[in-house]
Design a protein around this ligand. Sequence first.
Ligand SMILES: [Zn+2]
Length: 140
Amino acid sequence: MKAIDHKGQFKQRVRLWADKLDVKIVWLGVRPMRNKWASCSTAGHLNFSDELPALKSELWDYVIVHELLHFSVPNHGKLWKSLMRAHLGEYEAYEGELKQIAGNKAQQRTLTLLNLSLNDHYGACPRTTMGTKRKSTGKS
Ligand SMILES: [Zn+2]
């Protein structure tokens, strides 16, 4: 049985994006992560869930660019959003897909993965966390 080396391809893609975005990666890992798609640190460490390479490449790009942008923009503010859009276009659609995939997984495992905080992802990053969207109660 010869499996396609998705993991290798995925890592190559990360390196490509890192070049493009001028990010220096010190460590790149793909490993099991139960509750999130990726994490990054200011020291240049990047880890991705090993479930990610099995997904379609548009979703790779979403998570990769999301994390790489955090090296220069440590939040999900206006700048981050405009950079995401510049590189990925309508990135919200991918975000939704990832959440759906994560939601299905959480159901299958009957585990409550939803609100784990991510200290290694700049405090909390609800977007690459495997979990459902936090319900917005609106302004009122
Ligand atoms: Zn983030």
